[in-house]
Design a protein around this ligand. Structure first.
Ligand SMILES: Nc1ncnc2c1ncn2[C@@H]1O[C@H](COP(=O)(O)OP(=O)(O)OP(=O)(O)O)[C@@H](O)[C@H]1O
Ligand SMILES: [Mg+2]
Length: 147
């Protein structure tokens, strides 16, 4: 995966079902798509049509019941724990529900996902750089609890 050119993503007959009690709902029903590296794609459809679920499968946040996800030359759906963890670290996600931690500051929310990696000093410098890039440098100490 290259930060400048991106990656090609392919899904083949991807299926994800949810079971609630006796009911079985097919959220993603044999979806086959190819998204070429560098392209920008909008996935549209009514609420509940499975857009988020498809993205979760591509990002390996959820596991498919059948079918494959392939990113460049890697079949993501065949990866095991350690390789899967490495893959997830390379996928950027802006969640529909932001999953921000309201008790943490803006700066700490930016740092939180990468805390298990490298030293904290690195994280702070990089997080400040990113906040600056989106004009939020002056908000780094703000929290949801006292904005
Ligand atoms: N964890 C889950 N357990 C049970 N059902 C789920 C779960 N996640 C999603 N679903 C169901 O799967 C279907 C697809 O949901 P999904 O969130 O992918 O839709 P969406 O297209 O992203 O909708 P929206 O436009 O509202 O974000 C919905 O019927 C939803 O209720
Ligand atoms: Mg959604």
């Amino acid at each position: 995966m290259d930060a400048t050119t991106g990656s090609t993503v392919r899904t083949q007959a991807l299926v994800r079902q949810f079971r609630t009690g006796a009911e079985r709902l097919t959220a993603v029903d044999e979806v086959s798509v190819e998204i070429t590296a560098g392209s920008a794609v909008a996935l549209t459809g009514p609420s509940g049509s499975g857009k988020s679920t498809l993205l979760h499968l591509i990002g390996a946040i959820e596991q498919a019941d059948s079918g494959t996800v392939t990113v460049d030359d890697t079949e993501v759906t065949a990866l095991r724990r350690a390789a899967l963890a490495r893959y997830r670290q390379r996928v950027g996600f802006v969640f529909q529900r932001y999953h921000l931690l309201p008790a943490l500051t803006v700066l700490d929310n930016v740092i939180a996902p990468v805390l298990p990696r490298r030293g904290r000093a690195d994280h702070v410098a990089r997080a400040r750089e990113l906040l600056g890039a989106v004009s939020l440098a002056d908000r780094e100490r703000a929290t949801r609890l006292r904005l």
